[in-house]
Structures are given as structure tokens and as C-alpha cells.
Write a protein that binds this ligand. Structure first.
Ligand code: BTN
Length: 332
């Protein structure tokens, strides 16, 4: 049997089978029916069912009796995700991987190859998840959301930061949507924290000409159901489950995220940039009135004084107001 844990895209027939079993949740579906619905043989259906079981999908039955789902699997399969985000720019082209190096890397390549705007790349696990500044993103299997989207905004390269801020707002809204009791805090420019620890990172990468962006990949990593982290991350990282004790549906959260991101992206295209900047400031405890150290131009200290119209952080220093372009900003 060929293992599904490869770096190639997930066989779409796996999602079709899960969808079919979900749509007939109260009955046993015969191998013959599944085979005819997905256009393959009964023996191939058996092989695919075995692959799904290997991936942790609980399916009862065998070839002679037919199959039934024992529980709804929390996998980010296109056939499960797409109906939940119908009407958004993200519903039409969803690419799923059980295991991939980095969803940002495959999305950047696909964007260069011309995939449509709104294409989504999601993985159950990343083996080389990337963060900013050459950091790695810990991407344990089926514990978090590892998702990258391809956008083709009409923006000059100098204004792309606003997209990362919009993505932060989308994460904030999605988390509130699945659990209003959680209180995410946006940390400029790319992180989202809860109780002072990071549970989400955003990595926006672009290919651009001097005055025009060709495409941007916005990669979002969310720690959802992790129960622990490697020792070197324990003091800085958390997951939603570690904060609330609740196990969340990654599927519901991912759908909420893509719906919010769609809304924010439309805001941006209709020139409602001020609203993005204003709401980011409202949802961040650190972009105003916080003493910080900025690792830029030899390093300097000051007090945060909000964001400028493009979303750059302003810091009041002894020598006047400075605008932070891309440096790391730490509490002093
Ligand atoms: C950071 O905090 O430095 C950014 C982390 C971004 C992680 C996400 S997970 C999905 C996408 N694929 C990657 O390799 N990175 C981003």
C-alpha cells in the first residue's frame, strides 16, 4: 500500500470518500456505491479506506458490508473546507497535503506558476515550517493550522505590510468566532498572543517588480490543539487548547479564518485601509504607550505611538519620532 504521508498533494478521492460518508452519516455505504461515485474500482476503494484509517479517520465496516464514519474527522480536506467558505475567494482552489516541507514554499512556487488568486495551501504537518528571520515554525501533525494563501493585490511593494496586519485581524476575529472567551492580542507586525505567549505567526512573502506586486503569499500558523511544545519554546509559545483546556475543531477555525481574511481583503481592495490600521491598534495592547527596544540601526529605545497610515510602527525616542520598518521590537 502506498503511504499517504508524502510531500505530494493529497489524493482528492480521500476527501470525496469522507464527504460521501458524512453525507450518508446514518447508513452504511456500499463499496460499490463509493466506487461508482468516485469513478474507481471496489478494490481501490478498499485501499483508499485503509489510507484514511492510517490517517486517523475512524471508518467502520469492510468491503463485503460497506463503510460508515464513526466520527467526523478534523482534517482540513478540500471537500470538507470548501463548503464552509462558499462565496469567498478561497473556496475554489484548495490544495491539501498530509505532509509537506512548507505550505509557503509550495504556494510561492504555485503562485509563480500562475495559480489563481485565492488559492489555498493547507497541510496537516510541515517538516520545514518557516517563520520570519530564518526561524522554524513547529508544525506537529494535525495539532495546528498551517495555511498559506496566494493573493495578487494592487499594491506597491512598500505597502504590503498592510496585508500581514489584515491577516492578524482575521486571526483575531476567527479565534473570537470559535471561542468568544479567548482574548487574542495582536503584536505588531506578525504575531498573535494570548496571555503573553505566541499562538500564531504570520509570514508574508512576495514577488514584486519595482512599483507593483506580482503576488503575495500570506502564510498563517496557528497553534490550536497542541498539549505541549519542545522545551526551547515553552516559555514563549502556547496553543488555544493550553489556554482554555478546550479541544477545538481545526476545520471550523480554518473556515472562520478564511472567511475573515476574505472580508479583510475586500476591505483592503475597497481602499478601507484606515479601518485595518485603526482596528489593529484597538486589538493590540503594545502598539501604543509601551516602552520598547528596536533592533534596527544599532538598536534604540522608545515608547510606541501607534501606526502610520501604511501600518508601520511609530516609536517616540529621545531624538524624535521614528518609524520602524521591519525590525524586531521587544518590550524593554
Ligand atoms: C513567524 O512567527 O515567524 C511566522 C510563522 C509562520 C508560520 C506559517 S505556518 C504556514 C506557513 N508555512 C510556513 O512555512 N510558514 C507559514
Amino acid at each position: 500500500m502506498s503511504a499517504p504521508h508524502t510531500t505530494s498533494q493529497t489524493d482528492v478521492r480521500l476527501g470525496r470518500i469522507v464527504r460521501l460518508l458524512m453525507d450518508h452519516a446514518t447508513v452504511i455505504v456500499s463499496g460499490t456505491k463509493i466506487a461508482s461515485e468516485i469513478g474507481t474500482s471496489r478494490s481501490e476503494v478498499w485501499r483508499l479506506i485503509q489510507q484514511l484509517r492510517e490517517l486517523g479517520v475512524e471508518i467502520g465496516g469492510h468491503p463485503s458490508t460497506g463503510y460508515s464514519l464513526k466520527s467526523v474527522p478534523d482534517l482540513l480536506l478540500p471537500d470538507l473546507l470548501s463548503p464552509l467558505i462558499a462565496g469567498t475567494i478561497f473556496s475554489k482552489s484548495i490544495h491539501h497535503y498530509y505532509k509537506v516541507g512548507s505550505t509557503n514554499t509550495v504556494a510561492m512556487q504555485a503562485a509563480a506558476d500562475g495559480v489563481p488568486e485565492g488559492s489555498v495551501f493547507v497541510a496537516e504537518q510541515q517538516t520545514a515550517g518557516r517563520g520570519r528571520g530564518a526561524h522554524q515554525w513547529d508544525s506537529a501533525r494535525s495539532a495546528g493550522i498551517y495555511c498559506s494563501v496566494v493573493l495578487r493585490p494592487n499594491l506597491p511593494p512598500s505597502e504590503v505590510l498592510i496585508l500581514a496586519l489584515a491577516a492578524g485581524l482575521a486571526v483575531h476575529a476567527a479565534v473570537k468566532d470559535v471561542d468568544p472567551g479567548l482574548n487574542p492580542d495582536l503584536k505588531w507586525p506578525n504575531d498573535v498572543l494570548i496571555e503573553g505567549k505566541k499562538f500564531c505567526g504570520i509570514l508574508a512573502e512576495m514577488t514584486a517588480e519595482p512599483t507593483r506586486v506580482r503576488h503575495v503569499v500570506v502564510g498563517i500558523g496557528i497553534n490550536v490543539n497542541q498539549a505541549s511544545f519542545p522545551s526551547e519554546l515553552q516559555s514563549v509559545a502556547t496553543s488555544l487548547k493550553m489556554v482554555s483546556g478546550t479541544e477545538y475543531s481545526r476545520l471550523q477555525l480554518c473556515a472562520a479564518l478564511l472567511k475573515s481574511l476574505d472580508r479583510e481583503y475586500r476591505n483592503l481592495q475597497s481602499e478601507r485601509r484606515d479601518s485595518i490600521v485603526e482596528r489593529f491598534v484597538e486589538r493590540s495592547s503594545t502598539v501604543r504607550g509601551r516602552r520598547v527596544r528596536v533592533d534596527e540601526n544599532g538598536g534604540y529605545q522608545g515608547t510606541t505611538e501607534g501606526l502610520d497610515s501604511r501600518g508601520f510602527l511609530q516609536v517616540r525616542t529621545a531624538d524624535g519620532l521614528r518609524v520602524v520598518l521591519s525590525a524586531t521590537v521587544r518590550p524593554e
